[in-house]
Write a protein that binds this ligand. Structure first.
Ligand code: ATP
Ligand code: MG
Ligand code: MG
Length: 410
């Protein structure tokens, strides 16, 4: 379909699902990540995959020498290396552009930039890692205060909720966030009623389209559930809300970032209907996994089409409703299994196995396992998408999975 070879920095689950889309169009993909059996490498055969880090400059240049288009499944890559590739390999297209990745990978810079283009945001400010600076920020922005690492943050691992400014609490925050070694910033606590996300697609010609707004539910700062499309929670809620969320997301991407591909825009909904942007990912996103089964073209199909300059696919939802459950590792100690799990075989994690089995006998459910070598508590091991004719049907189909998690957690 396209004779161009695509290089992906990162071989985790997003790279794996991109590779699956690429295989349908017979597009050659080369993956750079550590190990010969990274999740993305397992499903697309190539003797050209590179064993190395997406933060290793030499490895990135090696990948560039083998491909026509470079893209990322994670934003924590070496941007200087990508900028060097822009100079040394002018025929290799890089999407999203290195300038976009640079802006996004520092969450404080991202917020400053989004603010400068008029994106709706909650208050935030820089803090250095000293107890005085943190106490000062808490005075200005109030408690609870959301302290965040500026860089290398994902799945909430760089977030800390400060609830008191006594010296013990502040010391605990500094300890959690890396004993002062990581640059921080502070956000005013946003009293959101719901979280929303919209996947935005920008074609190589700059045209922008969006998937429907979805509701995301987080537990301990990690995405837990996605409900699509966004359902109004009461009859007095503004029916234009989902359209407004799509507009906010499209405008944010159009005004703030360059380059083709899909962008995941995370947002907060306040009780007066106001929408604030939380953060933007320059790549396929967890909140868009559901598009594989539920939309006319998935976020992965559209990311590839977009970076290769192929016609973009429809972003329309083709089912009544969909739900997506993230399947997280349950324990670092896999010997603590369910007694009943001895006959199960999908992974070395009993909860993952249990959920997969339930999904296999749930109508409309598609379990996805990522092939990660080891399970760890809270690690994204897979996800399950459920489609149905209505939101009510999807929620009913999801119930046994949620009950299983609740029982496992006791
Ligand atoms: P991701 O895996 O999406 O990249 P992350 O580690 O970058 O996550 P954030 O998106 O900054 O983390 O925050 C994770 C979650 O924490 C949010 O989805 C939301 O539930 C909560 N959160 C973040 N910022 C705030 C805030 N200012 N006020 C209230 N809750 C917040
Ligand atoms: Mg993030
Ligand atoms: Mg986030």
């Amino acid at each position: 379909m396209s004779s161009k070879v695509v290089g992906i920095l990162g071989g985790g689950q997003l790279g794996r699902m991109l590779a699956a889309s690429a295989s349908l169009l017979n597009i050659q993909v080369i993956v750079l990540d550590v190990g010969v059996d990274a999740p993305a490498k397992q499903i697309i055969a190539s003797s050209s995959h590179i064993d190395g880090s997406f933060r290793d400059k030499d490895k990135i240049v090696e990948l560039a020498s083998k491909v026509d288009v470079l893209t990322v499944e994670i934003e924590h890559v070496d941007v200087e290396a990508l900028e060097a590739v822009q100079r040394s390999h002018p025929n290799v297209a890089i999407h999203p552009s290195p300038s976009t990745i640079r802006l996004i990978q520092d969450k404080f810079h991202q917020k400053e930039h989004l603010s400068s283009v008029g994106c709706p945001l909650g208050p935030f400010q820089a803090v250095d890692g000293t107890p005085e600076a943190i106490a000062h920020a808490a005075k200005e922005l109030g408690l609870p205060l959301m302290l965040k690492s500026r860089t290398m943050a994902y799945d909430g691992r760089g977030n800390y909720v400060l609830r008191s400014t006594d010296s013990q609490s502040v010391a605990a925050a500094i300890h959690f966030l890396g004993s002062g070694s990581r640059d921080l910033y502070a956000e005013k606590w946003v009293p959101f009623v719901k979280e929303l996300a919209v996947m935005v697609v920008r074609g190589i010609d700059g045209t922008v389209s969006s998937y429907p707004a979805v509701e995301t539910v987080h537990r301990a700062s990690i995405c837990h559930l996605v409900w699509a499309p966004f359902r109004l929670s009461s009859i007095d809620q503004d029916p234009a809300l989902p359209t407004k969320a799509e507009r906010v997301a499209r405008e944010a991407v159009e005004k703030a970032f360059q380059g083709a591909g899909v962008f995941g825009v995370e947002m907060f909904l306040l009780n007066d209907g106001e929408i604030l942007v939380n953060e933007i990912a320059p790549r396929p996103h967890n909140s868009g996994h559901y598009t594989i089964e539920a939309c006319e073209s998935s976020q992965y199909d559209n990311h590839l089409r977009s970076i290769l300059g192929l016609p973009l696919g429809s972003t329309r939802i083709k089912v009544g409703a969909a739900g997506m459950l993230n399947v997280l590792g349950s324990s670092n100690d896999t010997s603590k299994s369910f007694a009943s799990s001895s006959s199960l075989f999908f992974s070395d994690d009993s909860l993952v196995d249990k959920l997969t089995h339930i999904a296999l006998s749930t109508p409309g459910a598609s379990p996805h396992l990522y092939g990660k070598a080891q399970s760890r508590k809270g690690r994204k091991m897979g996800h399950i998408t459920i489609v149905g004719t209505s939101d009510a049907e999807v929620r009913e189909r999801m119930t046994p999975l949620l009950t299983c998690i609740a029982e496992f957690e006791g």
